[in-house]
Design a protein around this ligand. Structure first.
Ligand code: EPS
Length: 389
């Protein structure tokens, strides 16, 4: 059985819940580190008032004893502090005199799941759609990914993220060692390395917010220390780059994904794209460059995985867009609602975690075992095999 997870929960419901299955036993968990990752997702210039209400922590309620996984499913919950303001509207059981009808949503917001979800699930209260489609769910995905990240870390695999673009402002390229990248971006309110870019981006986000608008951007995730041969060329759904692309595009508001130089590969010559193969006794087989972002044939080639994702601007706008009321079928312009003007820095953290999850899953498929010790033995055996090759 391969690694899998499910999440449940609404943005204004009591909590988010996740169950992870397929983790080995004897993985030592660092709870502080888990909550640190959740905290990272809440930060970033451009976040709205909701993040002042929430203080996300992962509460593990199954599958772990005295800090170590047992091999049983790991269940975890992230409470919604905002729930206390929504108990009447969001009550699980029917209640007399509840606010459900009063707060019924019948005006679908362009760019959200509202209308499609209402039509598809035959729901006349669009709150039933928006509550689940909210990006609040990414808190659960980060919690799950943070567990995967700790698993990867036990094998020396590191994950970093950075913001590449917010609207018109692009960050200059850098080639920092991964530890420096992690440290420096953590100090930035927009998760960039360059200070001047940070200032430009924050001023730009403020401008967008003052206009009542929102802005998207591009984020990059790098995974270093990955062995050669995760994923496989033999079947479409075993290609790890394809699985990463699915995971990235499934993040709320993401519209695209690039591996390595991505779309640029369509406009330059083959000789300028492919990474030449080198061999030294010290490093074994490796590449002269990493334009293909660590993948050939759907398998890792030992170079760092480099993935980019593009996030559209958040569709909840203070500047209303035209839509149609589902009660009257008449046109209206959407009312003002609480929103983030830019969540790109937070999305960068989410992307790190969904990518970490896919890499951990592929790692377990290749070196799978029921305990960390068994996996480590399999892994070491494979590394010895590579050395002999
Ligand atoms: C979101 C709308 C806002 C965001 C929310 C995602 O929440 P609310 O509707 O309560 O104002 O704050 O993000 C989070 C709660 C979070 O944890 O990231 C949406 O509609 O997607």
């Amino acid at each position: 059985m391969s690694l899998r997870y499910l999440t449940a929960g609404e943005t204004h419901g009591p909590q988010l819940t996740a169950i992870i299955e397929g983790l080995p036993s004897n993985l030592q968990l660092d709870f502080e580190e888990l909550n640190f990752q959740l905290h990272r997702r809440q930060k970033g210039h451009g976040r709205g008032r909701r993040m002042q209400i929430e203080k996300d922590t992962a509460n593990i309620v199954g599958g772990v004893r005295h800090g170590k996984t047992t091999g049983a499913p790991v269940a975890l919950i992230v409470a919604n502090n905002d729930w206390k303001h929504w108990t009447s509207v969001m009550n699980i059981e029917p209640i007399e005199g509840g606010d459900e009808e009063k707060r019924r949503v019948h005006r679908p917001r362009p760019g959200h799941a509202d209308l499609n979800g209402g039509l598809k699930y035959n729901l006349k209260d669009l709150r039933n759609v928006l509550e689940r489609s909210s990006a609040r769910e990414t808190a659960a995905r980060v919690a799950v990914g943070a567990v995967a990240r700790q698993f990867l870390s036990a094998f020396g695999i590191k994950v970093a993220g950075q913001v590449i673009r917010i609207g018109e402002i692009e960050a200059p390229a850098n080639n920092l060692p991964i530890d420096d990248l992690i440290r420096i971006t953590e100090e930035s309110s927009v998760r960039v390395v360059d200070k001047e870019t940070e200032e430009k981006m924050t001023a730009y986000i403020d401008e967008i917010k003052a206009e009542g608008d929102s802005i998207g951007g591009i984020v990059e995730c790098i995974v270093e220390g990955v062995p050669i041969g995760l994923g496989s060329h033999v079947q479409y759904d075993r290609k790890l780059d394809g699985r990463i692309a699915q995971a990235v595009v499934s993040i709320n508001a993401f519209k695209g994904c690039e591996i390595g130089i991505g779309f640029e590969a369509g406009s330059i010559k083959g000789s300028q794209v492919h990474d030449e193969i080198l061999y030294t006794a010290e490093r074994g087989y490796h590449r002269a460059s990493n334009r293909l972002g660590g993948f050939e044939g759907g398998m890792t080639n030992g170079e760092p995985i480099v993935v980019r994702g593009v996030m559209k601007p958040i569709p909840t706008l203070y500047k209303p867009l035209q839509s149609v009321d589902i009660d009257t079928r008449e046109a209206f312009t959407a009312q003002v609602e609480r929103s983030d003007s830019c969540a790109v820095p937070a999305a960068s953290v989410v992307m790190e975690h969904v990518v970490a999850w896919e890499v951990a899953k592929a790692f377990l498929e290749k070196f799978g075992g029921d305990s960390m010790e068994e996996i480590r033995a399999n892994y070491n055996n494979y590394l010895a095999q590579l050395e002999q090759y």
